[in-house]
Design a protein around this ligand. Structure first.
Ligand SMILES: Cc1ncc(COP(=O)(O)O)c(C=O)c1O
Length: 463
């Protein structure tokens, strides 16, 4: 067969995996389609045959492909639209329930407009020249105060580096670690593939570490000879467990004795609903920890603003990497965010969003209990996503496909696994982001989730 896949020439293998996964989920590759032999696809793409075979094996591990002995690799699943589901192609993918996206319709437009106007009026002339690589001092001051107050972070304005979201911070820190000779970084066994790719692109090898009910199994780190670890202590992404107190203490001990860096991704630390928010890990190991946060969830990813609290021993190297990357954060947005924080509007936006997401989480659990009795919603009551454990016999790829037919975009847990063994280690579970749909479509979105699981259940072979 002739297969059209758009690959990024700089990262062909990773983009082949993404492109194949997307083509299967979006049904551009129908169930029952036979894929080209790894040898011929490798020759077409100019990559090693083993790399193609590994991509196929990972997608087999996720249940998206199946390898039939002697007859090649096939797209798994049931051909045709799931039984009983009305397919309306005009609504494809117009409900995005991927884990962790905020409700963009909720952006605090008037508060942001006021903050931009106020900061433009007040800014000194120097604000319109090239700015400092670490960001505007007004914002760094405001963030240091905010992070100390709300997350217990140990920081002064001089410790804060403003970046283009957490993604840029991760890239800069990884490059700084690689530039000083670091080679390996531990990652949680489940997480964003894009973050693992950022680390690999910076020259660090991501080494998966298992997770259990207490979060990252920190005891494994000592044997791995890693230079750093990337971790989501407040609310593991996407499995939803917090790192326990004893694991936090062990992580701090390990980092101190190994001289390693902990990169703390506090992407949704402000959104704990049960009033038992745990402060940032950084507070117990500030000299070893890079704390990272973002405005992507509290305000909007469109602003492209994140921040790091970077220990003194690494700061110059991180700023040097920023200089080399040619990147900078727009000064007007930084001043506006500083004004928003200073006026208390940022706190108000976070509080309002927390209440809304909390109510959505409760509604989600109630509607799922009614629509899908016997399924379990898991993951801490926090953030913008949760896990939906699927009924026996129902697989993630089938639910993804049924969801896609209904115009729903969401994925299974296996899609976040760092390796095939991890992908196969948990029962089929969907990662559901309840943050993104606008309020008036929320119930419709949950109904579509229920319908996608029901459709997959109906088409599952009877045990
Ligand atoms: C686990 C995790 N970390 C960090 C982020 C934020 O990334 P950024 O600030 O680059 O938008 C996200 C956003 O979805 C996320 O899910």
């Amino acid at each position: 067969m002739d297969l059209h896949l758009e690959l990024d020439p700089r990262r062909k293998v990773a983009s082949l995996e993404q492109a194949l996964r997307a083509a299967i989920v979006e049904r551009r590759l129908e169930p029952g389609t036979r894929l080209p032999p790894s040898r011929s696809l490798a020759a077409d793409l100019g990559i090693a045959r083993n790399s193609v075979a590994e991509v196929y094996a990972r997608l087999v591990g996720e249940g998206r492909l199946e390898a039939r002995v002697g007859s090649g690799t096939w797209v798994r699943g049931v051909p045709g639209p799931p039984a009983g589901v009305r397919v309306d192609r005009s609504t494809r993918f117009d409900l995005d329930l991927r884990g962790g996206l905020p409700d963009s319709s909720d952006f605090a437009r008037s508060a942001w407009t006021r903050a931009v106007a106020r900061s433009l009026a007040d800014a000194p002339t120097a604000a319109f020249a090239y700015g400092a690589p670490e960001g505007a001092v007004e914002l760094r001051r405001a963030l240091a105060e905010y992070l100390a107050r709300t997350r217990g972070v140990v920081a002064g304005a001089g410790d804060v580096v403003v970046t283009h979201g957490f993604g840029e911070l991760l890239s800069l820190v990884a490059r700084a670690i690689a530039a000083r000779g670091g080679r390996r970084i531990a990652v949680e066994a489940y997480g964003h593939a894009s973050h693992r790719e950022v680390l690999a692109a910076a020259g660090l090898e991501p080494v998966p570490v298992p997770l259990d009910a207490d979060g990252l199994v920190v005891e494994r780190l000592a044997a791995l000879a890693v230079d750093a670890v990337l971790v989501t202590p407040a609310h593991q992404f996407p499995t939803g467990v917090p790192l326990s107190a004893s694991r936090r203490a062990s992580l701090a001990d390990w980092a101190g004795s190994a001289g390693a860096i902990v990169i703390e991704d506090d992407y949704d630390g402000e959104f704990r609903f049960d009033g038992r928010a745990i402060g940032a890990f950084q507070a117990i190991a500030p000299a070893q920890t890079v704390y990272g946060g973002t405005a992507s969830k509290s305000l909007s990813p469109a602003l492209g603003i994140g921040w790091g609290v970077v220990p003194a021993a690494l700061r110059d190297e991180v700023l040097e990497q920023r200089r080399l990357s040619g990147s900078a954060t727009d000064a007007i947005s930084q001043l506006a965010l500083a004004a928003l924080v200073a006026a208390g509007d940022y706190d108000r936006a976070v509080r309002g969003a927390r209440l809304r997401y909390r109510a959505r989480r409760e509604r989600f659990e109630r509607l799922v209990a009614e629509g899908l009795p016997g399924t379990r919603v898991a993951g801490l009551e926090a953030g913008l996503h949760c896990l939906l454990e699927l009924p026996a016999g129902v697989g993630e790829p089938e639910v993804e496909q049924a969801g896609a037919s209904l115009g729903l975009r969401y994925g299974g847990l296996a899609g976040f696994a760092a390796d095939a063994a991890t992908a196969a280690s948990r029962p089929p579970t969907m990662v559901v982001g309840y943050g993104a749909p606008p309020e008036h479509r929320f119930e419709q979105a949950v109904a579509a989730v229920v319908a996608s699981v029901e459709a997959a259940r109906r088409s599952a072979p009877r045990a």
